[in-house]
Ligand binder design. Structure first.
Ligand SMILES: [Mg+2]
Length: 257
C-alpha cells in the first residue's frame, strides 16, 4: 500500500460499550451530555455517512439518541435502515420464532415475567419475578431444539432471548456499504464485542479500517480505544474538524491518574 487511502471516510459505530459506557442492565445506559450533538456534527461533516450497528432494535436506538436519526442496523443485523428517513427492513423470522410467539401468547405468564417482542426476536424478562420461569424456559428451549439450528437462544441476566440463528453484523455492514452515502467511501467500524468481529472483517474486506474498543476487544485484537470515553473524545475532535485517521495513539491507553 502506498500512502493513505484517498477516499473520504464513512463511520459505522456500535453503541453499547463503544459510544456508551456499559451499564449493569441494558435499559440503565446513560447517554452522555453532548453525544447526540457530536454525532449530528460528525454526520454533517461526513454528509450523512454515519451509521449505528447494534444489537438493540433500531426503534430503541432512535429513542435513546433522539432526535438523532441515522442509517442503522439493529438486532445484530436482523433489522436494516439504509437511510435515516427510510423504512426499517426486517429479516423474515424463522417459522420456529412464530411458534414461540404463539406459545407465549397462549401462556399465562407468571407474575413479574414479561415478553419483549422485537418482531425479529423475542426476549423473556424476569427481573422482578421471585424466580426464573423454569417451566416456560424449558418449553422454549424445546422449541429451539426442534428448530434444528434456525433459532438461537441467548441467555443473559434474568433474560432469555430467542432470535434467528446466524445473525451477522458483517452482512449488515456490507448492505450499508452498497448504498449512498456509504458506497465508495473508506469504511471505518468501531466496536467492542464478539459480534463486532464480523463487522471488522467486512470493513477490512472493503479496504477499510477496524477500530477495536477495550478493555477486551473481540478476536484478541489490541484496543485502538481504551474505552467508550476515548471514542467519544475522538468523535468530538472529528466534529470540530479534526482527522478521522489515524487515531491518536493516546486514545488506546487507559487514563492514568
Ligand atoms: Mg458493543
Amino acid at each position: 500500500m502506498s500512502g493513505p487511502d484517498p477516499r473520504p471516510a464513512c463511520l459505522l459505530l456500535d453503541l453499547d460499550g463503544t459510544l456508551l459506557d456499559i451499564a449493569p442492565r441494558p435499559e440503565a445506559v446513560r447517554v452522555p451530555d453532548g453525544l447526540v450533538a457530536t454525532l449530528e456534527a460528525v454526520g454533517r461533516r461526513l454528509e450523512g455517512a454515519v451509521a449505528l450497528v447494534s444489537g438493540r432494535p433500531i426503534g430503541e436506538l432512535d429513542r435513546l439518541l433522539s432526535p438523532l436519526r441515522t442509517a442503522a442496523a439493529g438486532v445484530h443485523g436482523a433489522e436494516l435502515r439504509r437511510r435515516p428517513e427510510g423504512p426499517v427492513e426486517r429479516r423474515p423470522a424463522p417459522a420456529a420464532l412464530e411458534r414461540a410467539r404463539a406459545l407465549l401468547a397462549a401462556t399465562q405468564l407468571p407474575a413479574g415475567v414479561l415478553v419483549e417482542d422485537k418482531q425479529v426476536a423475542l426476549a423473556i424478562h424476569w427481573r422482578t419475578a421471585p424466580e426464573p420461569p423454569r417451566a416456560l424456559l424449558d418449553r422454549l428451549g424445546a422449541l429451539v431444539h426442534e428448530a434444528e439450528g434456525a433459532l438461537e437462544a441467548v441467555a443473559g441476566k434474568a433474560v432469555f432471548e430467542l432470535r434467528p440463528a446466524g445473525l451477522d453484523k458483517g452482512e449488515a455492514v456490507r448492505a450499508l456499504l452498497a448504498v449512498p452515502p456509504f458506497a465508495g467511501r473508506l469504511p471505518v467500524f468501531v466496536g467492542d464485542d464478539t459480534t463486532d468481529e464480523d463487522a471488522f472483517r467486512a470493513v477490512e474486506q472493503a479496504g477499510g479500517v477496524a477500530l477495536p474498543v477495550g478493555p477486551a476487544p473481540p478476536g484478541g485484537r489490541p484496543a485502538v480505544f481504551a474505552g467508550p470515553e476515548r471514542v467519544r473524545a475522538w468523535l468530538a475532535r472529528i466534529a470540530a474538524g479534526g482527522p478521522i485517521l489515524p487515531v491518536d495513539e493516546r486514545d488506546g491507553a487507559e487514563v492514568r491518574g
